[in-house]
Design a protein around this ligand. Structure first.
Ligand code: FA5
Length: 341
């Protein structure tokens, strides 16, 4: 009997085993109670005495070798099972930095508008709405700009087929608000304005203004200066001085251009204020008696101030934006760089 051959065949078989089931049946075939190795042991009694020892040793060798091989294969299957499991699992590497979530934010115009609104609310003003599409009367005639008045050239706009216009300034709401509330009156009305403009870094065809109006007995230019100074100091978060220069607008008399001390250099002179120390910010004045009359208010009894703050430009100053067209661009990359001061 060729025991060596039996061992070689068994090892070859074990090497080709691919599953644990095959390994289990191999075990039964060779090492089980009725397996081939056990059968060899049973042959012992028929072996001549002088060969018994060598035969026994050889069969034992087969037995221990096959046990060791089965054990090795078993271990291989166990490790393979674990490795397959790892391969099929999506590994989570907790050390990888998480992807950055992009947070939305309010538009710079909205941020500044909310700021200005809060300040005026705290000073007892109400906030009113204006229309974007207005009658020609409200936009022009009611603020003392009759047909063919040269001031209309300064505010060319988009005329609709029905004769209405896209409002050129927030002053267009003055007449409606005076008629609605009468006196005394303290209101601001922010809104979008439209003009047929030559576009450049500081002129848009669509921009924002905030109009303010205070009407009562004994209202004077001092009240105007007080409220503007208070609002601007709060917007910029530092003491802002204002000065008035004469300016012409048909709906105010006297009319002014309000300048502010440069919030960047404190009035010393810099690139932003073109070394002058002052920045032109907001036209304003005492409401013209004709405008009060058209609003149903007696100018002999009441006076008022009005201002028209261009807050697209205020937002630009607040956020260091040097190109007005960015504001309407929807360019999130550029707008999100606007840092609130
Ligand atoms: C007026 O619109 C007047 N209604 C303001 C006013 C109200 C004066 C009450 C007196 C009393 P003006 O055309 O200057 O004025 O515009 C006011 C502000 O709006 C300007 O100072 C500027 O900041 C802004 N503005 C005007 N045109 C544009 C434009 N095309 N693009 C961006 N901002 C503009």
């Amino acid at each position: 009997m060729d025991l060596k051959k039996i061992l070689e065949e068994a090892i070859l078989k074990i090497e080709n085993i691919k599953t644990t089931e095959e390994l289990a049946s191999f075990y039964q075939e060779y090492l089980g109670k009725t397996g081939k190795v056990t059968d060899l042991m049973k042959l012992m009694k028929d072996i001549p005495n002088e060969e018994k020892k060598a035969f026994g040793m050889e069969v034992n060798n087969i037995k221990t070798t096959l046990h060791a091989e089965v054990e090795k294969k078993n271990k291989y299957f166990e490790e393979k099972k674990i490795l397959d499991k790892i391969d099929n699992t999506k590994l989570v590497d907790l050390t990888i930095p998480s992807s950055k979530k992009i947070k939305g934010s309010l538009h710079p115009i909205t941020i500044v508008q909310n700021k200005v609104i809060d300040i005026f609310l705290s000073m007892g003003f109400t906030v009113e709405d204006g229309n974007e599409i207005e009658t020609e009367y409200n936009n022009f005639e009611a603020v003392n700009v009759p047909k063919n008045h040269p001031a209309r050239d300064m505010q060319d706009t988009f005329y609709l087929d029905n004769g209405q216009v896209l409002k050129t300034h927030t002053s267009a709401a003055q007449n409606r608000i005076m008629k609605k509330y009468g006196t005394p009156l303290k209101a601001i009305f922010p809104g979008r304005c439209f003009r047929n403009e030559e576009l450049d870094a500081s002129h848009e065809n669509t921009f924002f203004q905030i109009e303010g109006m205070m009407i009562d007995k004994n209202v004077s230019i001092s009240n105007l200066i007080y409220f503007m100074k208070e609002m601007l100091t709060n917007v910029f978060g530092k003491e802002i001085n204002v000065r008035l220069r004469p300016g012409f607008f048909p709906f105010v008399e006297p009319g002014f251009e309000l300048d502010i001390s440069c919030p960047y250099c404190g009035g010393k002179g810099c690139r932003v204020c073109k070394q002058g120390g002052w920045i032109e910010l907001c036209p304003c004045g005492m409401i013209h008696p004709n405008v009060l009359k058209m609003g149903g208010i007696d100018p002999d009894e009441y006076q008022g101030f009005a201002f028209g703050l261009g807050f697209s430009r205020l937002a630009m100053m607040n956020f260091d934006i040097t190109e007005i067209r960015l504001l309407n661009s929807g360019n999130i990359k550029a707008l999100s760089q606007a840092k609130i001061k």
